[in-house]
Design a protein around this ligand. Sequence first.
Ligand code: FPP
Length: 247
Amino acid sequence: MSTNSTTYPPLASIPHHVGIIMDGNGRWAKSRGLIRHAGHQAGVDNIRPVLEGCVEFGIKVLTVYAFSTENWHRPLEEVSGLMRLLGFTIRHRLHELHQNGVQIRHSGRLTGINKELQKQILHAIEYTKHNDQIILNVAFNYGGRGEILDAVRQVIAEGIDPETLTEETFSRYLYTGDLPDPDMIIRTGGDWRLSNFLIWQAAYSEYYTTPTYWPDFDKNELYKAIVEYNHRERRFGRILDGETTPA
Ligand code: FPP
């Protein structure tokens, strides 16, 4: 974790919404001769300082990929460890998050998660719903394709006229609902893929990856990612003024 005394030069552009694929917990643990669960534990602990960094830099929404629908295929022991970690985190960190003005959201399917954990998730959302310092959106039991499928099912169930359906209205049926699309997706652990994370919403996100394992990704690393974001030219499929050549 970085020290609090570091001051960071202000940056021209701050992403409003950042999504993080928190990869590398297992390798972090292995490199220290620890079991994988210790890596996940360190990974959960690392959310807090990164969240603090987000608030300091002016990021308004942080979505963290905590458990994908594909993660069910991991060994049972690891899956139940991750479930327990979420329950533990809600029980022991919710009050502090609330005190710091963090609004908790959940993106993903509740079905499949045990009933007690479902209740805890819903409680965390309800308890923090008026907070406005930052939104922490936890993607848990989340898969982007499943999310699109769930949205399509909902659209059909509501009898929406296909002719009137727009990208904007469709977006509201996604788990992310009223949240703006992520401006930047950060992946720790060095790989270059989205792994079914926010695949609709990330259509125009700036992608950033670092070899740093998630438990070591600190405020300095977050700042570096935002510096890189400031070097990107976001064109959203357009060409910029003055770039056109006469026909
Ligand atoms: C990938 O690391 C990370 C995950 C499977 C999920 C991230 C989970 C956490 C940070 C902890 C859980 C968070 C909550 C809120 C419960 P990996 O295991 O794939 O690492 P590796 O690629 O090094 O093996």
